[in-house]
Design a protein around this ligand. Structure first.
Ligand code: MAN
Length: 172
């Protein structure tokens, strides 16, 4: 009798802690910055990459950026997703359309990557521009261990507002 009751109690406690963990995970997920009207939510868990010299660079939305050696020297973490900012871009349009152009652009900040020798942790600014499909157009190292990715995505095709500012759309 007592054993059965104790087993049932243990099972209930187990169940409770699983549910609590799930709840905490969902709260963390909700608290993340999914951009205006949550337009980036669909991108979670997806990655895009591009070849550049001796490396392949990978961007995993809402997760991390990685520099992968093609010569088998291993992977280097370029930062973990932190937040969305807005900055002005002032670039000439490119003939193939694969560029940032001019105007307000969302910039995803990836921070706290692998330490740079004699320097800070690596980090990545991911600049977004409107495009028909998700594509990592180019990667550069603007200063040592500070990387810049230029990315096209349908998620950037709406007007850019300051993050966190409610557009009022939801209230209509
Ligand atoms: C590696 C790469 C480079 C970086 C240097 C810094 O070679 O991650 O991008 O500039 O380390 O030492």
């Amino acid at each position: 009798m007592v054993t059965a009751a104790r087993n049932a109690l243990d099972a209930a406690k187990n169940d409770h802690s699983t549910k609590t963990r799930e709840l905490e995970e969902q709260e963390r997920d909700l608290a993340k910055d999914y951009g205006q009207d949550g337009i980036f939510r669909a991108l979670k868990g997806k990655c895009i990459s591009t070849d550049a010299g001796e490396y392949t660079y990978e961007l995993c939305w809402y997760d991390r950026t990685t520099q992968k050696s093609k010569k088998g020297h291993g992977n280097t973490g370029m930062g973990y997703f932190d937040r969305i900012d807005v900055e002005m871009s002032d670039e000439e349009e490119r003939a193939d359309g694969k560029g940032l152009g001019k105007g307000r652009r969302m910039v995803l900040r990836y921070e706290n990557g692998q330490g740079c020798w004699n320097g800070p942790n690596r980090r990545t600014d991911v600049w977004l521009a409107c495009a028909e499909k998700d594509e990592l157009w180019r990667v550069s190292e603007s200063e040592k261990c500070v990387y810049r990715m230029e990315v096209g995505t349908p998620a950037a095709c709406e007007d850019v507002h300051e993050p966190g500012v409610n557009t009022g759309k939801d209230e209509l």
